[in-house]
Design a protein around this ligand. Structure first.
Ligand code: 3PG
Length: 306
């Protein structure tokens, strides 16, 4: 049984060691393909793999066509918009994610980005503090919940809206639930995005929504670039010099944002949210365990395709 770890953005070595331990303890073989760059290398490596562990690596129909022996793909992480689920199902492949395993890492990065932003990107001038500010959490899943916990430590007033999470569940976590997404943007000085990239959410963070935010607003994105309507956000930031956008997922229009909005825009060069040893260990080892459970016990918990 071959388990291929195909990660263009590699896990920390300590996580790979942990994955190897799990896989070998089950009597399987681990094959590592890191920083492969071109898709051709991935297509070659998947040929005889029975199981695949990936991160944001794109697994499309061409990959499934090449992977004749593949039975399971585990996305070591939360978002699985990089996997063609219909193609997986058509090829009889089970797809899983590892929800919650890297969410604290992403949530901590939100505050790294926020402190950097409110302190004027460390340019030596007086900034502001997070204490007392209103933070809006857009989607209250695993990352959103961790963001709420940390925000309370900063002394922020925490709000959330989630189209799929009942108001009561948000309030049980000690967070104010707004009745609509519009109310969240209207009420908060800072909005932190935690929505997945789906047909429904793509381009949904647009001019009309962000324009509801009060003066001096900050939008922070550690979710997906596809949820932003980049052309409309640029237009809004041209009209409103008070708005800042900070992101962990470089927009397609990065150059334009950087040129037009110095001091009001920042993007990490590479997505860093889940890049901690702890998150790599948690998500990577969970992925390995899920693969072993799938083959040995037929366990399909965390399956995301039909
Ligand atoms: C996720 O969906 O789990 C995060 O966006 C992390 O993605 P990454 O594994 O590519 O860093």
């Amino acid at each position: 049984m071959k388990v291929l770890v195909a990660t263009d953005k590699p896990f920390a070595k300590v996580a790979v060691d942990g994955i190897r331990k799990e896989v070998e303890a089950a009597g399987y073989e681990l094959v590592l393909l890191e920083k492969y760059g071109e898709k051709a290398k991935l297509l070659e490596a998947v040929k005889d793999a029975n199981a695949l562990i990936i991160r944001s690596d794109v697994i499309d129909a061409e990959v499934f066509d090449a992977a004749k022996e593949l039975k399971i793909v585990v996305r070591a992480g939360a978002g699985y918009d990089n996997v063609d689920l219909a193609a997986a199902t058509a090829h009889g492949v089970c797809v899983m994610n590892t929800p919650g395993q890297n969410s604290n890492a992403v949530a901590e990065l939100v505050f790294g980005l926020l402190v950097y932003t409110v302190r004027n990107f460390f340019n030596g001038t007086s900034g502001t503090e997070l204490k007392g500010k209103k933070l809006g959490i857009h989607a209250f899943g695993n990352v959103g919940r961790n963001v709420a916990r940390i925000a309370k430590g900063f002394g922020m007033e925490v709000y959330a809206f989630d189209a799929y999470c009942p108001k009561e569940a948000i309030e049980e976590a000690g967070v104010k639930a707004t009745a609509s997404v519009e109310e969240l943007y209207k009420s908060c000085d800072i909005v932190s995005l935690h929505i997945p990239a789906t047909a429904e959410t793509k381009n949904s963070i647009n001019y009309a929504l962000v324009n509801l935010m009060p003066k001096g607003a900050i939008l922070v994105n550690t979710a997906r670039k596809e949820v932003i309507n980049e052309a409309e956000l640029i237009k809004l930031m041209e009209e409103r010099a008070d708005i800042k956008y900070v992101t962990d997922i470089m927009p397609v229009a990065n150059e334009e944002f950087a040129t037009k909005f110095p001091g009001r825009y920042f993007s990490t060069p590479k997505k860093m949210g889940a890049q901690t040893a702890e998150a790599n260990i948690n998500a990577g080892i969970a992925a390995a365990k899920q693969i072993v459970g799938f083959f040995k016990d037929g366990c399909e918990r965390f399956r995301v395709n039909k």
